[in-house]
Structure formats: C-alpha cells, structure tokens
Write a protein that binds this ligand. Structure first.
Ligand code: SAM
Length: 238
C-alpha cells in the first residue's frame, strides 16, 4: 500500500444524489476517490479519473443511490452485488490498460465495472449469466453513451462463444480455479485477473501470458459472489 497523506474532507449530504449530477455528486465522488482509493494505494491516474467521473449511483436502484459512494457492496438484483469501489479500482488497475486493448469481462452485473473498462480500453466484450441484469446493463450503458461495448447473456466461465483472443480478461465473480477456457482466450502478452478460491473467500489472481507460458501472481484476498457455470461452481450452490 502506498503512503499517500490522509486528507480530511468536509462532511456531506447525499440526500439529493439520486436526481443530482452537479456539485453534490462531484463532492461525494471526490471523497470516495480520496478516502477509499488513493488513501488505500490506488495509483493509476486513468482509473481514478474514470471512477471520479462515472456516476456510480446511476448503476443501482434509486433507493440505494445514497449508498453508492460508500464502502459497501450493493445489491443489484438476482442475489448479485455491485462490488466495492476499491475492488473495482484494484482489479482495473491490475489489468494495466493502455487504451488499445480488447477486454473480455465475465459478469456484467450492473455495468459499472464495464463502464470503467470502457473508458480505458478500445473495446469491452462483456457476458452476464442473468438476462435481466445483462439486458438492464446494456440499456443503461447505451443510454449513458458507452458505445464500445459488446454484450452477451450466457455462461462466461466457458469464455466468449466465438473463438478469439483477448488482450485482457477480467472475471468479476469467484471461481474454484481459473477456467481453462478463459486462460485459452488470453492473447500473448495479456493479463487475466480472476478471484480464485472457495465460495466465500478467494485470492485475487493475476495471470500473465508471456513467451514462456502462463505466470501466476497473487495480488491479495477478496470476496466475490460465485462464478456459476460449466467451468465455475455448479448451479444451485450460489
Ligand atoms: N462487475 C459488476 C458490476 O459492476 O456491477 C458486478 C459483478 S457481480 C460481483 C458478479 C456477476 O457475475 C453477477 O452479475 C453474476 O450474475 C455474474 N456471473 C456469475 N457467474 C457467471 C457466469 N458463469 N457467466 C457470466 N456471468 C456470471
């Protein structure tokens, strides 16, 4: 963790947040960036910029909008959650994006992580197993003007249905082990970030496909909803 100086920001009210895109939201977002991301070691300026600008409260129900910038997982329907801001930032930073990449995301969920990726790479291919979530995320992101995203509904544990390679792969649900189909779709020089472990707690793993093969690195511990599918956890256990 990087020792950035702590900054004390003034208290704020999120009462008008749901219908507000002006000063209150800006202040709340800036506070989230400083306290939850910068103070905890997120350094990638492009990630910080994207998360400062994206209205996270528009990815949850209006009833939860006031909580959108707090340090909490938020329910998004179908028993699924929108991950903590820190988790989104940490995973995105771990992908080391330059703006040129084609990124495969497994677990569209609300579409918030998709929006962050969309700002930082050439194209996002995202797949969600629940049609209700995938369809809602697609509508939401299109309305918000994100046009470099390709959507699918299905089992992403088996990878993107068309045979192809991706420069980066991000799995936003916890797998028992890294699905082989996903590893096979990683291009040479690419990174695959995936939570790997039990149903309740995982290691955040980053794979790199170098000239000599796949290299595995553990970035820390994390806690995700299960990746349910043929190369994940069996349905009925989530
Ligand atoms: N990144 C999302 C966001 O910003 O809202 C949150 C992702 S949530 C932690 C994990 C998502 O993975 C859930 O929406 C879940 O339905 C989805 N998921 C689980 N197993 C999947 C699979 N095999 N294929 C595609 N999506 C899957």
């Amino acid at each position: 963790m990087v020792g950035y100086p702590k900054q004390t920001l003034p208290p704020f009210s999120t009462r008008t947040l749901a219908g507000e895109s002006g000063m209150v939201s800006d202040r709340v977002r800036n506070r989230m960036i400083q306290e939850q991301l910068v103070n905890r070691g997120i350094q990638d300026q492009q990630v910080l910029k994207a998360m400062r600008e994206i209205p996270r409260h528009q990815f949850v129900s209006e009833a939860l909008a006031e909580l959108a910038y707090q340090e909490s997982n938020l329910p998004i329907g179908e028993g699924q959650t929108l991950s903590l801001p820190y988790t989104v930032a940490r995973m995105t930073e771990a992908l080391t994006l330059t703006g040129e990449e084609e990124v495969l995301e497994i677990g569209t969920g609300s579409g918030y992580q998709t929006a962050v990726l969309s700002r930082l790479c050439r194209r996002v291919y995202t797949i969600e197993r629940h049609a209700s979530l995938g369809d809602a995320a697609r509508r939401r992101l299109r309305t918000m003007g994100y046009h470099n995203v390709v959507y699918r509904v299905g089992d992403g544990s088996m990878g993107w249905p068309d045979p192809r390679k991706f420069d980066r792969i991000l799995v936003t649900a916890g797998a028992p082990v890294t699905p082989e189909s996903l590893a096979n779709q990683l291009a040479e020089g690419g990174f695959l970030v995936v939570p790997e472990g039990s149903m309740t707690t995982q290691s955040l793993v980053r794979w790199h496909r170098g000239a000599g093969g796949m290299v595995r690195e553990i970035l820390g511990t994390c806690r995700f909803v299960p990746l349910v599918g043929a190369e994940g956890w069996r349905e009925g256990r989530s």
